[in-house]
Write a protein that binds this ligand. Structure first.
Ligand SMILES: [Zn+2]
Ligand SMILES: [Zn+2]
Length: 138
């Protein structure tokens, strides 16, 4: 699948997938102004325009990247596995299915998705992904 940032300085190529998830955590909502909707792309993601990619280490286990020119959010990456979670809107395709929502206990009351999905709380996410002792979210 192909995608690119708003200004076109950075483009992305990923394996084909339809799996998408939503994160309601405070870090994601502060980063993007709302819940983060990402396509689960795995580790085999290619970029053009890497000199325009700025990387923010948002926690001990993940980093977030954006275009230096236009600010488009390019990915959330889990450092331990190298997996990329690319915002759905970056892609030319819209053929995705929202399969999971995480940090559902951190979601503010002012919105709610009608989609029927798996729902994971912060505790369930940490048990699944984060090394013990680290702070939540990031
Ligand atoms: Zn850009
Ligand atoms: Zn999040």
């Amino acid at each position: 699948m192909n995608g690119h940032c708003l200004c076109g300085a950075v483009s992305i190529t990923t394996p084909a997938t339809t799996e998408m998830g939503a994160c309601h955590c405070g870090a994601c909502r502060r980063w993007g102004g709302g819940p983060l909707l990402t396509v689960h792309c795995g580790p085999d993601v290619g970029f053009n325009g890497t000199d325009q990619i700025a990387i923010y280490p948002s926690s001990q286990w993940a980093e977030r990247a954006f275009c230096r020119q236009c600010g488009t959010h390019l990915y959330y990456k889990l450092l331990a596995t190298g997996e990329y979670f690319v915002p759905a809107g970056v892609f030319d395709s819209a053929d995705f299915e929202l399969g999971s929502q995480i940090y559902v206990d951190k979601k503010p009351a002012y919105y709610a998705f009608a989609n029927q999905t798996a729902m994971l709380t912060e505790q369930q996410v940490i048990a699944q992904y984060a090394p013990p002792g680290d702070d939540a979210a990031g």
